[in-house]
Write a protein that binds this ligand. Structure first.
Ligand SMILES: [Zn+2]
Length: 297
């Protein structure tokens, strides 16, 4: 599943490429979207802005029309110059948005809908999305409160619950827990205020830093190499994610993994650096790890 940072990065790139331009052509293989082009053409409208909301991308057109897409596992938006060769198969194309200079192509987006501001407000699932940890109007107090509303949930599940706060995907879930020394299977109820604050703050820092690493041109893809460690070694850019059985970069203990939550997503942690509260005493724990520091292992 694409993480919030990649959606954000893509939305920003799309915004830069499309905002202020007039649509010169619209194509879709999705009958419902095609119908809109026939009934109230997208061609001729101005693209006002492109915005990420959690894992959704919203493209706003003049005349109260919004294209909502969700990437789920396989979808992506690419930007091409007219005539440029595509990086994905034509069969995977779902939407083409043309302007004079740019071709924005959505490949395999599983959800794509047109909305007015009104119908978007009424769309239930969309409205259940919590504040994005990357949103400018990001509100610490509100996010802390939202997490507290799920005391019986495990920390790992709560971080992925898009209704609580949006943007954190499966990779950052494990990385954020590690950075804060929090066992991902602890219940939210057992978290101290400082721990919750650390989780939210670290999530924001890690995700923002990955946004800043975006490039301004080229195709927009969702396979960007996420990193939570500053190192030139690409094989060492994460602390725990996908490192089961390998030594913790901080203490050398073997990293563990277990499926978690109804989505059975893999979770990774170091049993030494992230003890279960009450199960083990914390040894050598010196507060959260500044995420940018490079480990020695
Ligand atoms: Zn460790």
């Amino acid at each position: 599943m694409p993480e919030g940072d990649t959606i954000f990065r893509a939305a920003r790139t799309l915004h830069r490429a499309l905002a202020g331009q007039t649509v010169t052509g619209f194509e879709s293989v999705l009958p419902k979207l095609e119908r809109v082009e026939i009934d109230s053409p997208i061609t001729g409208r101005t693209i006002e802005k492109v915005e990420p909301v959690g894992k959704w991308t919203l493209i706003y057109f003049s005349g109260d029309l919004i294209l909502l897409t969700h990437m789920l596992m396989s979808g992506s938006w690419h930007i091409y110059r007219p005539g440029e060769k595509w990086h994905r198969r034509r069969d995977d194309m779902r939407i083409i948005l043309r302007t004079e200079k740019i071709l924005a192509v959505a490949f395999k987006v599983p959800i794509a809908e047109f909305h007015t501001a009104d119908s978007l407000r009424r769309r239930r699932v969309f409205n259940q999305i919590g504040p994005s940890v990357l949103a400018e109007e990001y509100n610490d107090a509100e996010i802390l409160q939202r997490l507290r509303r799920r005391p019986e949930s495990t920390v790992g599940e709560a971080l992925l619950a898009q209704s609580l706060l949006s943007g954190i995907g499966n990779v950052f879930k494990s990385e954020v827990c590690f950075a804060c020394g929090v066992h991902p299977f602890r219940l939210v109820a057992t978290l101290t205020h400082n721990e919750i604050e650390c989780l939210v703050d670290t999530a924001r820092k890690q995700l923002s830093a990955n946004v800043l690493e975006s490039s301004t041109d080229g195709p927009v893809t969702y396979s960007g190499a996420r990193r939570t460690r500053r190192t030139s070694d690409d094989g060492a850019r994460l602390w725990v994610y996908s490192r089961q059985g390998r030594p913790c970069r901080r203490c050398g203990t073997a990293i563990l993994t277990r499926k978690q939550g109804p989505g059975v997503r893999s979770t990774y942690w170091c049993p030494e650096c992230q003890p279960m509260v009450g199960e083990k005493t914390v040894t050598g724990w010196a507060g959260p790890i500044p995420w940018r520091s490079s480990g020695s292992k």
